[in-house]
Design a protein around this ligand. Structure first.
Ligand code: CP
Length: 357
């Protein structure tokens, strides 16, 4: 049975099938029992509102049972390392009471899939770039593992966001084109008091590329996404009929060629966070004027505003945008439920082609 680390690593037809199923679940809003008798373990090493709620409910909607665990909070703290810095087998003589080899080994005997959230360290570039913490869990699990946000990727958000955009264009009708392909998508860097991971912007970029949109990444100097992510997005977009561009001029990106159709705002950390975190913080603080405002949204072609949430009003985006007609952030959050039902169906072999509407 498959695991889901990122959609780049998934079988090519899995994305298409899951996107179709997410749209069906949105239309039907039905509880059923195809996964009756199955259990889902959810390991959260970081906070969550949407993912933990929608994943628990996705399991329930399909007839499965979910168990949510927060290691270190009512659950033993975990040791991750097999070896110490000297290369010798690690000795668990500090706080951690249980090694992930035992913890995940045991959970694999109780459940039929594990969902795992583990954020970026923001202190160890190589570990974050390789998604080491997520892969450590996936390597020792003997059941499928679903990425609920790792250092690099947020595939559940990615699928829900794609379904949100598909639904938006379908509702616009034939006059504006019923598919996202060929429309303009701006991934807009946003200010934030903290250095945030890049899983969501990485995933949003690949998602828009996969939909064949013309994507502009608008970010200040020093906040460019990793070259390998941009390269993957470029080849994905070209295959799907879209394109990828970068700029440090947010207002020009929003207004270009008649205006953006989708604006996806997200804060993420600068490249310097690993070597010089104080410099990164100082640089980030210089760009508070990148906040998304109603004036900026009026530069778009009646574009929709998207954000994965949680979002800081008055910092990332003006509250008037969130409360206005262009906002789709709540629909995005709703689509997390529909998308994760589709992902569970896929990993459990419940959405074979003849079951995809
Ligand atoms: N967007 C998202 O993953 O939200 P949570 O962090 O609340 O799960």
């Amino acid at each position: 049975m498959p695991s889901l680390t990122s959609w780049l690593d998934a079988p090519p037809d899995a994305w298409t099938r899951c996107l179709a199923r997410a749209l069906v679940h949105h239309e039907q809003r039905r509880w059923s029992q195809p996964a009756q008798g199955k259990a889902l373990g959810l390991l959260f090493f970081a906070s969550s509102l949407r993912t933990r709620t929608s994943m628990d409910l996705a399991a329930a909607h399909l007839g499965a049972h979910a168990v949510t665990l927060n290691p270190g909070q009512g659950v033993w703290g975990f040791e991750w390392r097999d070896h110490g810095p000297d290369g010798q087998p690690s000795t668990m003589d500090r706080d951690a009471a249980e090694h992930i080899r035992e913890a995940v080994g045991v959970l694999s005997r109780y459940v039929d899939a594990l969902g795992v959230r583990v954020f970026a360290t923001l202190s160890d570039h190589d570990a974050d770039h390789a998604d080491t913490l997520f892969h450590r869990i996936a390597e020792v699990a003997t059941v499928p593992v679903v990425n609920l946000e790792s250092a690099r990727w947020h595939p559940c958000q990615e699928l829900g966001d794609a379904a949100t955009i598909r639904t938006h264009f379908a509702r616009l009708g034939a006059e504006r084109g019923t598919l996202p392909q060929g429309h303009r998508f701006v991934l807009a860097w946003a200010p934030h008091p903290k250095p945030l991971p890049r899983a969501v912007p990485n995933s949003a970029l690949l998602m828009a590329a996969r939909l064949g949109m013309h994507v502009t990444v608008a970010r200040p100097d020093g906040f460019g996404l990793d070259a390998d992510i941009l390269d993957a997005a470029r080849s994905t977009a070209e295959t799907a009929g879209g394109s990828i561009a970068e700029t440090d001029d947010l207002d020009a990106a929003l207004a270009a060629e008649g205006g953006a159709h989708v604006v996806y705002a997200k804060a993420w950390h600068g490249a310097a966070v690993y070597e010089a975190p104080d410099d990164e913080a100082a640089l980030r603080a210089q760009h508070a004027d990148w906040m998304l405002t109603t004036d900026r949204m009026q530069r778009t072609d009646d574009g929709i505003f998207m954000h994965c949430l949680p979002v800081r009003r008055g910092v990332v985006v003006d509250g008037a945008v969130l409360d206005g007609p262009q906002a789709r952030h709540l629909l995005q959050a709703e689509f997390r439920l529909h998308a994760q039902k589709a992902i569970l169906e896929w990993i459990w072999g419940l959405n074979e082609p003849d079951q995809v509407a």
